[in-house]
Design a binder for this molecule. Structure first.
Ligand SMILES: [Zn+2]
Length: 430
């Protein structure tokens, strides 16, 4: 018996040693492949100014990419070779397998983007599938009729529904001189709620800048080293609901926290260099936007949000807190029209309608004011099928997290700390 125990202990010792050696070999192989991937992402960035959303790996890799300016055809053939090499890499434990699947799919998206840059035209749904690993459901005008009818009765009066909604919403604009104070209060609220559930590394922080002349309303530029630059576009009036939306989405527990945790858990702790670069047109964006939008509800469930708006943000914006409940009732209905935005983009990018008709669609079925509809068409011109990442991404993330149990914060933190693909969120075998 004694012998058997010693024998087992010896076997276990050997196994631990050889498993560790195997893991190290897998890591070395994958790290080499990951470096090739990062260099290819940087190479694509030479042709597409929006492509590299964040990079905080070795600076000389970027300098080399700029100096070399690999032709797109070379990038395509190197990416094809890399895809074969990744497929041939040894499998490992669950995290190693997730890593390989993730790299494989990110690389497929890179190849699709390169193909688009060399002239390939994809239909809207083909493009979103190729780039973001998902495609949005289609809708007709009739799908929005019920919600529009409810809004008609919530916003009585003469004139068109969009004009009445615009006039109603105009009562909830944050005056320009109060913007910073309102955003600061919103950021503090989002951050303190997040920190109760997610541990962030010391030194994380972000700064906020106010900008104009952009197709988006807010943007997080992750700088690495646990820092973000968040830009808020003041081209159009900023309504009071945008304070929490932007603070949570761009900051806590949204993009800033997502990037911080990727840097901490995957890049620094595990040495997975592929997470030093974030290619915008890739499946990573569906997870990023989906978690950033769902994170608003995780940080501020409906009743808590209303209480915070009434007590803190409405007064900070100089607005009457008594109107908060009615405002959020109307906004909840308008939110149900969000897929009208995808539909406008699909029809416009598939060449079925022109830019003016797309703006008309957004105005009529999505209740965008005219300037906002025109801004959104410019966004669609620039980012194309990326639009699905916000609402479809949010719904996919919500369904995934809520199917896994009642602790939304724990599941949320787990999702944004691991390399998970959009299609795996809906995969029953996940
Ligand atoms: Zn975002």
């Amino acid at each position: 018996m004694k012998f058997r125990i010693e024998h087992c202990a010896l076997s276990l010792g050997l196994c631990v040693a050889s498993c560790a050696a195997l893991t190290r070999a897998q890591d070395t192989t994958m790290n080499t492949l990951a470096e090739r991937y990062v260099r290819l992402v940087l190479a694509v960035g030479q042709y597409d100014a929006d492509y590299v959303d964040a990079y905080y790996g070795p600076p000389e890799w970027r300098t080399e990419a700029e100096a070399r300016k690999l032709p797109l055809t070379d990038i395509a053939s190197r990416a094809a070779t890399l895809a074969r090499d990744v497929a041939a890499a040894p499998a490992g434990d669950e995290m190693a397998q997730l890593r390989r699947q993730y790299l494989t799919r990110q690389l497929e998206a890179l190849r699709a983007r390169v193909s688009m840059l060399t002239g390939t035209k994809l239909r809207f749904d083909e493009e979103s599938k190729a780039l973001y690993d998902a495609s949005a459901p289609t809708h007709t005008e009739a799908d929005f009729a019920d919600v529009l009818a409810q809004l008609e009765s919530k916003l009585p009066g003469s004139g068109s529904l969009i004009d009445r909604y615009d006039a109603f919403r105009g009562r909830f604009v944050i005056p320009r001189e109060r913007l910073e104070a309102v955003f600061k209060a919103a950021i503090d609220g989002c951050r303190s709620r997040t920190l109760q559930h997610i541990t962030l590394p010391p030194g994380e922080s972000f700064s906020v800048e106010y900008v104009t002349g952009k197709s988006w309303s807010g943007y997080n530029w992750y700088q690495g080293n646990y820092r973000s630059l968040i830009q808020v576009n003041t081209d159009l009036p900023i309504y009071v609901d945008r304070a929490i939306d932007l603070a949570c989405h761009e900051g806590y527990p949204g993009h800033h926290v997502y990037n911080v945790l990727l840097e901490k858990n995957l890049l620094r702790d595990r040495g997975w260099i592929e997470f030093s670069v974030y290619p915008l047109f890739s499946p990573q964006s569906l997870i990023a936007e989906g978690t950033a939008n769902y994170g608003i509800e995780v940080a501020f469930p409906r009743a808590e949000r209303l209480e915070f708006e009434r007590r803190v943000l409405f007064p900070a914006a100089g607005l009457n807190p008594e109107n908060a409940a009615q405002y959020y009732e109307v906004l909840a209905l308008v939110d149900k029209l969000s897929y009208a935005g995808n539909e406008a983009a699909r029809r416009y990018l598939d060449g079925k309608i022109d830019a003016k008709a797309a703006a008309d669609w957004l105005e009529k079925y999505g209740l965008y004011s005219r300037p906002r509809a025109e801004q959104r068409v410019r966004f669609i011109d620039q980012y194309r099928s990326y639009v699905i990442n916000y609402n479809l991404g949010k719904n996919m993330v919500a369904a995934y997290i809520e199917s896994r149990g009642p602790d939304r914060w724990a599941e949320f933190a787990r999702l944004i700390s691991s390399p998970r693909l959009p299609s795996s969120l809906t995969d029953a075998s996940r």
